[in-house]
Design a protein around this ligand. Structure first.
Ligand code: PBG
Length: 337
């Protein structure tokens, strides 16, 4: 004997609230706003030049002058912050990534100029060594090992140099032990008590970083992998322990990276620590969606916005995403979910 739907549901009908646009709006739990966006951009040397990143359709590296213009555009759209990454000539990279300490390189030049010309936008800068090393690793490489303590000293010095240039938030992505405490001490000793730290607290050894490595030209240089310092994608408890230590050491904000394949981590981090929590929708996630769009399999705007909502639902306060200006423009044009 089969039951009728009325017999199965009784008076419970989930579809009532979904009937109208107004009732869907009224019952909607999460929203994406322009205030949720951090835009990662890529810098190159030169004047008035751009270079497309082949594996990231719609993303281009920009010379500092154009990047400052992009910062202006982002601020006008209401985007709160930028996360710049440099692509310096291979000839300027070495074993220890010494170029990260150059206050006259494009990285610090961008920080200074953006702070001067677009003071209302926040700058979140990375102190990992990978765009500056000849081997593409995030730290100093000695006899096949990424040496922790020496790298931490280097990274802490880089943090002070970036703070001197005008960085608002130092965001270390190299996963060395003790880096948050060392950066906090170095910033405080140099008088930068107000410069914050957004820790890449849980950064996983992921396949989704491939297109970024093209964007900063580290892919061809990298020997081996980053498994001795990034987290194992299989682990959740280890991610929690990383967050706990980073908070103890002085992190002001936490980040989970990559994003979409790690929303369980986002959720657990937010629930457990109640800290400002961010996710990085990394290059490979961007490229996946864009490849689907280029193939005609996905609708660009809907896929992009649904991915943003997923981050909010998981508990993110904000998202680092290459889609940031597109999301901001779409929201400004009156996007309807
Ligand atoms: C390295 C770094 C990575 C990203 C930013 N900085 C990962 C890596 O190359 O191992 C990835 C960002 C992205 O994929 O969008 N410190």
């Amino acid at each position: 004997m089969t039951r009728s739907v009325d017999e199965i549901t009784g008076s419970r009908r989930m579809r009532r609230n979904r009937r109208f646009d107004w009732s869907r709006r009224l019952t909607r739990e999460n929203l994406v706003t322009v205030d949720d966006l951090i835009w990662p951009i890529f810098l190159i040397e030169g004047e008035n030049v751009t270079e497309p990143v082949g594996s990231m359709p719609g993303v281009e590296r920009m010379s500092v002058d154009l990047a400052v213009k992009a910062a202006r555009k982002a601020a006008d759209l209401g985007i709160p912050a930028l996360a710049p990454f440099p692509n310096i000539p291979i000839a300027k990279r070495d074993e220890t990534g010494a170029a990260i300490l150059n206050p006259d390189g494009i990285y610090c030049e961008f920080i200074r100029r953006a702070k001067m010309e677009v003071p209302e936008i926040g700058l979140i800068t990375d102190v990992a060594l990978d765009p500056f090393t000849s081997h593409g690793h995030d730290g100093i490489l000695r006899d096949g090992v990424i040496v922790n303590d020496e790298t931490v000293e280097h990274v802490a010095r880089a943090a002070v140099i970036q703070a001197q240039a005008g960085s608002d938030i130092i965001s270390p992505s190299e996963m060395m032990d003790g880096r948050i405490g060392a950066i906090r001490d170095a910033l405080d000793a140099a008088g930068f008590q107000d410069v914050a730290i957004m820790s890449y607290a849980t950064k996983f050894a992921s396949a989704f970083y491939g297109p970024y490595r093209e964007a900063v030209s580290t892919g061809g240089l990298l020997k081996g992998d980053k498994k001795t310092y990034y987290l194992d994608p299989a682990n959740t408890d280890e991610a929690m322990r990383e967050c706990e230590l980073d908070i103890e050491e002085g992190a002001d904000m936490l980040m989970v990276k990559p994003g979409m394949p790690y929303l369980d981590i986002v959720h657990r981090v937010k629930q457990t620590f109640a800290m400002p929590t961010f996710a990085y929708q990394v290059s490979g996630e961007y490229s996946l969606i864009m490849a689907g769009v280029e193939k005609g399999f996905l609708d660009h705007d809907r896929a992009m916005m649904e991915s943003m909502l997923a981050f909010k639902r998981a508990g993110c306060d904000g998202v680092l995403t290459y889609f940031a200006p597109k999301v901001a423009e779409l929201l400004a044009s009156g996007w309807k979910y």
